[in-house]
Design a protein around this ligand. Structure first.
Ligand code: GDP
Ligand code: MN
Length: 399
């Protein structure tokens, strides 16, 4: 699960990490009001930022630094009425419904700091760079030596000596070292306490020296978090940050019916029971020259209603040019699937080719149901086995 930057900033703030003040707004008028109060508190610049679950906003023109209320309003109006496109969004871009209006800080230097679940090392690893900012992806690719990695202890977490080593390697000096160390240790504690899978601060900034902070201040001005979905049962506060508007609507619908559904880019919709069988089905579709439009596991004991809903979800995807049903009836009974196919045919209609491979519990009853419903299923072809099903559906959509 991902959260918005304004929510991530609040998590950082609650963990004692310095973050410039600001608030989330949903209209140009509210943006103007927030900007006014930030200017009134003495700030010379305000930053207006689109709140979407994708990065690359700076380069896309969806992070704007402004020096007066009018420009804040104009930036807010632009962002709320244009879709944001970046290398991290789908080609059609994302609608912007929320903005963050915050005090803009002066920046002496931008750093990159992240903690992530490092599967290869079987622990959490801290990643840092003195070359933070909007070009970090390019830096990582062209100069991997500019990126520091510090694996942490899986039980004890990041140790103070490790944070100090990273702070010195990043080039922090004077009192900024202690600030950077404190920030890294707090971020690591927050990461572990919240079952995060990614916590990224880019840029982490050092501000120019002032009277109060002669070595500058270390602060977070952007934050991105992902959390482990399987831990949300014990992370009620984090789970409450969930924003359904940022999710794929078909994936949301699937979640409501307890289906595991992931939208993909291909053209063959798959309805399968069991994650392993679903993976094998996707493989065999590729083997026969087509691409799956989704991963869909209806599970071991879905009801006829849930399976009908699954078909509705698959058929709502305009990319779907054919549907392959692959069921191995164990606990799941083939006749439940057959009845769901008939019900989907009646309520939604299969306008695209459909091949069905059924095997296992109640398969004879299922075949009878499908035969009797043939008039409602003009595009259906029964298959003898999985390879036959894949061959048939790939041939049908190639026509
Ligand atoms: P992203 O492009 O989606 O990662 O958005 P960021 O929040 O990281 O902003 C992109 C860039 O805008 C940063 O790397 C900074 O250079 C600049 N920026 C963002 N916030 C501030 C700020 O408060 N002050 C200044 N001076 N620059 C900022
Ligand atoms: Mn950023």
């Amino acid at each position: 699960m991902k959260v918005h930057e304004y929510q991530a900033r609040q998590l950082l703030r609650d963990a004692g990490i310095p973050v410039p003040p600001g608030a989330m707004v949903e209209s140009p008028a509210a943006a103007a009001k927030e900007a006014r109060s930030i200017f009134a508190a003495g700030a010379s610049r305000v930053v207006v930022k689109a709140q979407v679950h994708a990065g690359g906003r700076g380069k896309a023109g969806f992070v704007k630094l402004v020096s007066d209320e009018k420009s804040a309003t104009d930036s807010a109006t632009f962002m709320l009425s244009n879709r944001m496109r970046s290398p991290q969004t789908p080609p059609e871009g994302l609608e912007v419904k929320r903005l963050l209006v915050a005090e803009a800080v002066d920046i002496a230097k931008e750093y990159y700091l992240a903690i992530l679940v490092d599967r290869a090392r079987r622990t959490n690893t801290l990643i840092a760079s003195a070359e933070g900012g909007v070009e970090i992806e390019k830096t990582a690719e062209e100069r991997p030596d500019a990126i520091l990695t510090m694996p942490t202890d899986p039980l004890l977490g990041l140790q103070p000596w490790q944070a100090r080593q990273v702070a010195f390697k990043l080039g922090f000096a004077g009192k900024a070292v202690g600030q950077a160390v404190d920030l890294m240790l707090r971020l690591d504690r927050l990461f572990r306490a919240s079952d995060a899978s990614l916590a990224e601060i880019n840029p982490l900034v050092l501000t120019p020296p002032t009277k109060d902070f002669p070595d500058g201040r270390v602060m977070a001005v952007d934050a991105k978090f992902s959390f482990d979905d399987n831990a949300m049962f014990r992370q009620k506060a984090i789970a409450s940050l969930f924003d359904p508007a940022e999710e794929n609507p078909l994936e949301l619908k699937a979640r409501e019916f307890g289906l595991s559904y992931i939208a993909l880019d291909g053209s063959i919709g798959c309805l399968v029971n069991g994650a392993g069988l679903a993976m094998a089905t996707m493989d065999i579709i590729k083997l026969h020259g087509a691409e799956p439009a989704n991963f869909l596991d209806v599970g071991g004991s879905a009801s006829e209603q849930a399976v009908t809903e699954a078909f509705r979800i698959i058929l709502a995807d305009p990319k779907v040019k054919g549907v392959l049903v692959n069921i191995f009836g164990g606990i799941m009974q083939c006749d439940v699937i057959a009845r769901a196919i008939v019900s989907a045919a009646k309520t939604v209609g299969f306008k695209v080719p459909l091949t069905v491979r059924l095997e296992g519990t109640n398969v004879a009853a299922a075949r009878r149901i499908l035969e009797e419903a043939q008039r409602d299923l003009p595009t259906m072809q029964p298959a003898t086995d999985l390879a036959d099903a894949a061959r048939r559906i790939c041939a049908a959509i190639a026509r």
